[in-house]
Write a protein that binds this ligand. Structure first.
Ligand code: ADP
Ligand code: MG
Length: 309
């Protein structure tokens, strides 16, 4: 289960803890229902809106508190969102008399320091800005900003390299394959990006897309299905155009073709479809993209977009 950062905090919301917890609680209700129904799940989550807000706090407190690099900011969001999920999911499991332990694990993901993504930032993080403010931030912080015409506004983009490996994979396996039914939350926010150096692992300034990291996670635990919960009920082609067509069920080949045709932009739907392709090519059985509220119906094939081999 890969839960979108946008399903927890919308990029245009203030993001009070109450608002985020309410969204998390709603999602966890559906997850607990799945667990009750006999599914074994492993959870990962995004952090785009949250990590962007932490960067903003960095900027506002400059001169008073040392700003933290992006890898540390990602680690902070793993703690924050992991905490919310641990609490909310446990509370919902208890309502079903389930006593699964819920554990979130600080997770590092290895990337290549020479990944071309470092020269071409694509991953939008934080809030939407109007053009005037965007121009100010470009000047003041040297940020790279891109316009999201569909959702109206400019967003800060950061490098999003390909994840290669999960440093804590053996620990994840130990937890997941333990006799007790543990629900593990790992590789949050795409994992803390690190590179291998002669001196060992070292954090780098990037945000890995959680959809791509979720494929590594899925492989580690031999998951059969990859479910991505986001803020649209279905994947579409011609998205945002008058001839938009929502997709119910497509094949791996369709997904490859539509991706090539440019229906899925980088930084949002692109990585989800790339993740779906990677997962199915590696032997995965099913991919679902939908909203948390539609999860139950989507599992029965009655909504959402299913991508099958
Ligand atoms: P998440 O936090 O769940 O990863 P993203 O913003 O990264 O969310 O991706 C979901 C967004 O992708 C949707 O809100 C939608 O605006 C956008 N999107 C772009 N292209 C498409 C498409 N072809 N079909 C559906 N949604 C799309
Ligand atoms: Mg995303």
């Amino acid at each position: 289960m890969a839960i979108g950062g946008n399903a927890i905090l919308r990029a245009n919301e203030m993001g009070t803890i109450d608002a985020q917890l309410a969204n998390v609680k709603e999602t966890c209700k559906h997850l607990a229902e799945m667990v009750k129904g006999g599914y074994k799940i492993i959870i990962t989550h995004g952090n785009g809106p949250q990590v962007g807000n932490i960067l903003l706090q960095n900027e506002e407190a400059r001169g008073k508190v040392a700003p933290m690099p992006l890898d540390v900011c990602v680690a902070k969001t793993q703690g924050q969102i992991g905490y919310m999920l641990q609490q909310a999911l446990k509370n919902e499991l208890i309502k079903y008399d389930l006593d699964n332990k819920v554990i979130s694990l600080t997770t590092q993901v290895v990337v290549d320091g020479n990944d071309p993504a470092f020269d071409a930032p694509t991953k939008p993080i934080g809030p939407f800005y109007i053009k005037k403010r965007a121009d100010e931030l470009i000047r003041k912080n040297g940020w790279i900003m891109v316009e999201d015409k569909m959702r109206g506004g400019f967003r800060h983009v950061v490098p999003s390299p390909q994840p290669i490996d999960i440093v804590e994979k053996e620990s994840i396996k130990l937890l997941v394959f333990d006799k007790e039914d543990k629900i593990v939350i790992a590789a949050g926010g795409g994992g803390i990006p690190v590179i291998r150096t002669k001196e060992g692992f070292k954090g780098v300034e990037a945000v890995v897309d959680k959809d791509l990291a979720s494929v590594l996670l899925a492989r580690i635990v031999n998951a059969t299905s990859l479910i991505m919960l986001t803020d649209v009920e279905k994947v579409a082609i011609n998205f945002g155009r008058p001839d938009q067509l929502d997709l119910d069920k497509i094949t791996l080949d369709d997904a490859i073709k539509y991706l090539k045709e440019g229906h899925f932009p980088p930084g949002s739907m692109g990585p989800k479809i790339s993740a779906a392709i990677q997962f199915l090519e590696a032997g995965g059985e099913k991919v679902i993209v939908t909203t948390p509220n539609s999860l139950k119906k989507a599992l029965k094939g009655r909504t959402g977009t299913r991508i099958l081999p």
